[in-house]
Design a binder for this molecule. Structure first.
Ligand SMILES: NC(=O)c1ccc[n+]([C@@H]2O[C@H](COP(=O)([O-])OP(=O)(O)OC[C@H]3O[C@@H](n4cnc5c(N)ncnc54)[C@H](O)[C@@H]3O)[C@@H](O)[C@H]2O)c1
Length: 282
């Protein structure tokens, strides 16, 4: 989509971090913006920031893991802003732990937000974009959708799912000669609230406080340090997203230093070697 001004963008997880930065970047392009999140207080704060740029903003409390809430949100956006053109399925959470340590609640929570959230967004919004034969879908995965960092099995599974869904969506639209574009966003560490994503975890999917091993707590601290010391800002990632939408670019890789790890994984697969370690072998 070359012309963004006056059109409408939708961003889930828009109350914080990358989602907030994307929403503001689209607003600065002159787009009206709808944001969805479970964090009602920050939703309103970001909606006010969006309106201050001179565009219309619509904010809705939506749990993206719930099909009916995403379906209703899609209809509400149409009602509030009169159309939809760019859809960013971005909400996400990131629990930490060895593959066998992750609880059923960890799996259900993370699959619900990171994977089902994107599935519901694709299901609810793609028919609208297809019908007008115009628009762009940006699904937030992660480099963890292209490589598999240790202690993140749950997260990695969801992000590989988002990459698979996005690539397939691209082929499905392309085979039908649709002008609707798709991108998949694959950043590495960016300073946001992601290391504290349990702040918005539903009570019914919570873990017992005593349930974490010393190793799990230490690795959570490592993630927090890696995220807070990330050198690429949310604003830089948002800029890359806007550019990819304008240029209709599929893969959005924002951290070139990680490319070696992606290449090492692919080469190990083709050479029949065991998986390369994404932090050590690149
Ligand atoms: N920050 C990073 O280092 C990094 C790297 C790669 C990918 N990502 C991905 O970027 C996306 C955005 O994360 P972020 O880094 O901005 O973190 P963040 O915690 O700052 O923002 C995530 C937002 O998602 C919202 N959210 C959580 N559960 C939700 C639900 N069920 N329904 C609706 N909204 C919900 C949160 O309330 C929060 O506002 C995620 O998909 C994350 O996996 C982040």
């Amino acid at each position: 989509m070359k012309e963004l001004r006056g059109n409408v963008s939708v961003v889930t997880g828009g109350a914080s971090g990358l989602g907030r930065a994307m929403a503001l970047a689209f607003a600065r392009e002159g787009m009206h913006v709808a944001i969805a999140d479970v964090d009602a207080a920050n939703l309103e704060r970001v909606a006010a920031e969006l309106r201050a740029t001179g565009v219309k903003a619509f904010a809705a409390r939506v749990d993206v893991s719930k099909a009916e809430q995403v379906d209703r949100f899609a209809q509400d956006v149409l009602g509030a802003l009169g159309g939809v053109h760019v859809v960013c399925n971005n909400a996400g959470v990131a629990p930490i732990g060895a593959a066998w340590e992750s609880t059923l609640a960890d799996w259900e929570w993370t699959m619900g937000v990171n994977l089902w959230g994107v599935i519901h967004g694709v299901r609810a919004f793609t028919p609208m974009l297809l019908a007008q034969n115009e628009g762009h879908i940006v699904n937030t995965a992660s480099v963890a959708g292209l490589i598999n960092p240790p202690s993140s099995a749950v997260y990695n599974v969801t992000k590989h799912g988002v990459v698979a869904l996005s690539e397939t969506l691209h082929h499905d639209l392309d085979e039908r000669n649709s002008k609707v574009g798709v991108s998949v966003l694959c950043p590495a560490y960016v300073p946001t609230g992601i290391a504290d994503s349990a702040r918005n975890r539903p009570v019914e999917l919570s873990n017992p406080e005593s349930g974490k091993s010393a190793d799990q707590l230490a690795r959570e601290e490592m993630l927090r340090k890696a995220v807070t010391s990330g050198k690429v800002s949310a604003e830089q990632v948002a800029r890359a997203v806007v550019d990819a939408v304008k240029e209709n670019r599929f893969y959005i890789l924002t951290h070139p230093r990680i490319n070696g790890a992606i290449r090492a994984r692919m080469e190990a697969i083709l050479a029949g070697r065991p998986p390369s370690h994404p932090m050590r072998d690149a």
